[in-house]
Design a protein around this ligand. Structure first.
Ligand SMILES: N[C@H](CCC[C@H](N)C(=O)O)C(=O)O
Length: 285
């Protein structure tokens, strides 16, 4: 039995088990990821982040993301900030601007001098087939907002792909929103063939929102980076948020700043904090 070294990190309470898969053997197909994710009997985390060598010469690294239920997914915004801090602090790079491949596309974190990290999260996608979302008819397929029937409820969601799929709804008061009931129902709704992350957004001003996210494969988290990006893009697209200044997104775990101009191929930029909590090792193989 060998020991697997890992680092526990978080971005606004969205927490991660970070593994250097370059200098250690790690096989994601056999690792007990869901068991390690358990908060009472395992390490406890929302996602496991695996650092690997890049597959193309254009990138510095590849980083893979596994939810607490063991599912591998395309993108993680809070994880991208922790990834950048990890590879720099571990001496795997001396760059402060890092090009990294993910299953959801190439992103570029920038380590800022004040300790925060700014990430170019790429271009948001809206077409149903890009979410993916199974539109009910041709008219539905032309829209970015869709009506979902959930039992006796009908909810309006705006769908954005940030590398991973998001369904965002506007609510009056996120403290009273049925995040767990409706979040679970929408996550597994038949019109989301790959499931979906579900954002509950309360508009405070054209530049400020409160947000709770019921994450695919996890449940409600303290913060969701791609969810904050998706909510800001949804709000700007719906005309309830402005795009001439960053949108301040207040999540249960703290604040993210999201910038996006509503123009073709405009990139989404996210800035927020990172925290390293402890170094650990666990029996493995
Ligand atoms: N649950 C997400 C992955 C993690 C996203 C989140 N932790 C973030 O910071 O973006 C999904 O299944 O697509």
């Amino acid at each position: 039995m060998t020991k697997l070294k890992f680092t526990k990190m978080h971005g606004l309470g969205n927490d991660f088990m970070v593994i250097d898969g370059i200098n250690q053997k790690f096989d994601s197909t056999t690792a007990p990821i869901a068991a390690w994710a358990q908060r009472h009997t395992g390490v406890g985390f929302d996602q496991l982040l695996l650092i690997e060598a890049p597959q193309t010469a254009k990138a510095d690294f590849r980083y893979r993301i596994f939810n607490a239920d063991g599912s591998e997914v395309e993108q993680c915004g809070n994880g991208a900030r922790c990834f950048a801090r990890f590879v720099y602090d571990k001496g795997l790079t001396n760059k402060q601007q890092i090009v990294v491949e993910t299953a959801g596309g190439v992103i570029v974190p920038h380590l800022n001098d004040d300790g925060t990290v700014t990430v170019d999260m790429g271009v948001p996608l809206f077409a149903p087939e890009q979410i993916p979302f199974a539109a009910i008819d041709e008219d539905d397929a032309q829209r970015i907002s869709h009506q979902l029937v959930i039992g006796n409820d009908t909810v309006d969601v705006t769908c954005i792909n940030m590398g991973n799929p998001h369904a965002v709804m506007v609510v009056e008061d996120i403290d009273r929103a049925p995040v767990h009931r409706l979040g679970a129902a929408i996550e597994n709704h038949r019109q989301f063939p790959q499931r979906v992350n579900v954002g509950f957004m309360q508009i405070l001003s054209p530049y400020q929102i409160r947000l709770r996210v019921f994450e695919r494969g996890v449940g409600e988290t303290q913060a969701c980076g791609t969810g904050a990006c998706a909510a800001a893009v949804a709000g700007i697209s719906l005309g309830v948020l402005a795009d001439d200044k960053p949108v301040q997104v207040s999540l249960p775990g703290g604040l993210l700043s999201i910038s996006w101009q509503q123009q073709p191929d405009a990139h989404v930029w996210m800035t927020g904090p990172v925290q390293t909590v402890f170094e650990g090792e666990i029996d493995y193989l």
